[in-house]
Design a binder for this molecule. Structure first.
Ligand code: NDP
Length: 476
């Protein structure tokens, strides 16, 4: 047994992860259900490091040093269970199974419990950054036991992206914590992309600008507080011309956004935990709406001219307004995402360090951004921060952006340009800061039709009004 770590599942992600490990000096055991993938990896990249290929799972397991660390990089769902079932009888107490696929955290919790029963560690690990990240340095979010991290930490921290000498990998917490954080990361990615898309749409409608002109605006924004991978590639995509037609690429792409399901998982989990992640939810629903082509066509026919003409008086002021509104809405989306992680951490006893989580998203992953340093600072300064919105750096940006945010949302509403994420983020902000919410009326209605009772502002206890009787109040 000579290999320090093994990878089974050598499609694009597993292959690149294995190469990254080997390039960093680790001896990597290789296995794939169909041996051709193993053979081609060794044939094409064998010179990049030391690989120990096996064609059977038994030989693969036997080639690993103890405690064994087996990384599973297969299709999420039933295939992951199939591979685990094949592995378990071959492993020995203290060995570690690392699932780097996009598993749902509830599956990870179930698998962790089952493998713990066999004396094995199961480490559900979020990996972000796509195939490029897997090869050159992803952001890695391992869950599982602290003991397993003692073996895995030095390996994963070495192959992860590095930002200012700090690896984009840390132990997130027990059992499903890593996959949970990866799920919320993807949810935030949905919100980020929707906000960018709305900003583009606003600029296009308000300025009657071409995609190439808007690309230039995004390029400038990327030099400031909004600096991030997604803003950078937005400029790249908007600048691109379709070779076949000579038209802007963005104009020849069908406007129906697809999804693989992690946004939906995030929203479902937030509903269970009672955390209003409105930005992520709007972004997820916006993708669904875009795909309802028949409804869109019907509504377009019924209401062709429902918007007013949009007249932007001053170009630079408008562009700056959109930038500020984008930043404020983005802060709301991240504030909500971190609230969600905190709630999951409390519900499942994970003790997740929010500042630390922001640290490992600074590089390698799709939502990498300059801004994440500020999030780290905010939670490192005040662990129990009620909401990211009130941390000084964020409160300054949001406070200064409010007039612009209101102008943009109001102008868009008048012109009939849909801004679900911009406008719901503003509504969230206004609701959070409201002195009184109409929730009081909802409580009154619930008590009226269903005797659901209410609390009073001036006395302890639960109360009910005898609506159908003499309308006196009784203590419930
Ligand atoms: P795929 O999701 O396409 O899965 C293909 C791999 O799974 C192949 O190695 C295949 O083996 C194996 N496999 C499928 N079914 C079984 C089975 N029943 N038993 C054993 N092996 C099986 O590969 P990707 O590389 O795209 O993704 C791997 C994982 O990483 C997935 O969970 C995916 O969700 C996640 N992922 C993460 C990304 C990220 O950015 N973090 C990006 C893309 C994926 P065979 O060759 O024999 O068919």
């Amino acid at each position: 047994a000579t290999a320090q770590i093994g990878v089974t599942g050598l499609a694009v992600m597993g292959r690149n992860l294995a190469r990254n490990l080997a390039r960093n000096g680790f001896t990597v055991a290789l296995h794939n259900r169909s041996p051709e993938r193993t053979r081609s990896l060794v044939a094409e990249h064998g010179g990049e490091g030391t690989f120990v290929p096996s064609e059977s799972m038994a030989d693969f397991v036997a080639s690993l040093e103890r405690p064994r660390a087996v990384t599973v990089m297969v299709k999420a769902g039933a295939p992951t269970d199939a591979v685990i079932d094949e592995l378990v009888p071959l492993l020995e107490e203290g060995d570690i199974v690392v699932d780097c696929g996009n598993a749902h955290f509830a599956d990870t919790r179930r698998r962790e419990e089952a493998l713990r029963g066999h004396g094995l560690h199961f480490v559900g690990t979020g990996v972000s950054g796509g195939e490029e990240g897997a090869l050159h340095g992803p952001s890695i979010m391992p869950g599982g036991s602290a003991e397993s991290y003692r073996k895995l930490g030095p390996i994963f921290e070495r192959i992860a992206a590095q930002v200012e000498g700090v690896p984009c990998c840390r132990h997130i917490g027990p059992d499903g914590a890593g996959h949970f954080v990866k799920m919320v990361h993807n949810g935030i990615e949905y919100a980020d992309m929707q906000l960018i898309a709305e900003a583009y749409d606003l600029l296009r409608a308000g300025l009657s600008a071409s995609p190439a002109e808007i690309a230039e605006i995004f390029r400038e924004w990327n030099g400031g507080e909004l600096e991030s991978f997604l803003i950078e590639i937005t400029a790249d995509v908007l600048r691109h011309t379709d070779a076949a037609t000579g038209r802007p690429f963005v104009d020849v792409v069908l406007d129906q956004a697809e999804q693989k399901g992690t946004g939906r998982w995030t929203v479902q989990s937030a509903l269970d935990l009672g955390i209003p992640i409105t930005g992520i939810a709007e972004a997820t629903f916006a993708r669904s709406l875009s795909g309802h082509a028949d409804q869109r066509a019907a509504a377009r026919r019924a209401f062709p001219d429902a918007g007013e003409k949009w007249q932007v008086d001053d170009r630079d002021t408008f562009v700056e307004d959109v930038r500020r509104a984008l930043l404020a809405s983005k802060i709301v989306a991240y504030a909500q995402g971190f609230d969600h992680i905190r709630a999951g951490s409390r519900e499942y006893d994970w003790d997740i360090d929010l500042g630390g989580t922001a640290t490992i998203w600074r590089g390698g992953c799709i939502i990498r951004a300059r801004f994440l340093d500020r999030i780290r600072e905010a939670y490192d300064t005040e662990r129990d921060l009620p909401t990211l919105l009130v941390a000084p750096w964020f409160a300054d940006r949001v406070g200064a952006g409010v007039p612009a945010w209101r102008r943009v949302v109001a102008d868009a509403a008048r012109a009939g340009v849909p801004t679900p994420a911009f406008s719901s983020s503003l509504a969230y902000f206004d609701a959070l800061r409201a002195e009184r919410l109409p929730a009081a009326l909802i409580q009154g209605l619930r008590d009226n039709f269903g005797a659901h009772t209410y609390h009073r502002v001036d006395r302890e206890g639960s109360f009910h009004t005898l609506w159908a009787g003499d309308r006196s109040e009784v203590e419930a």
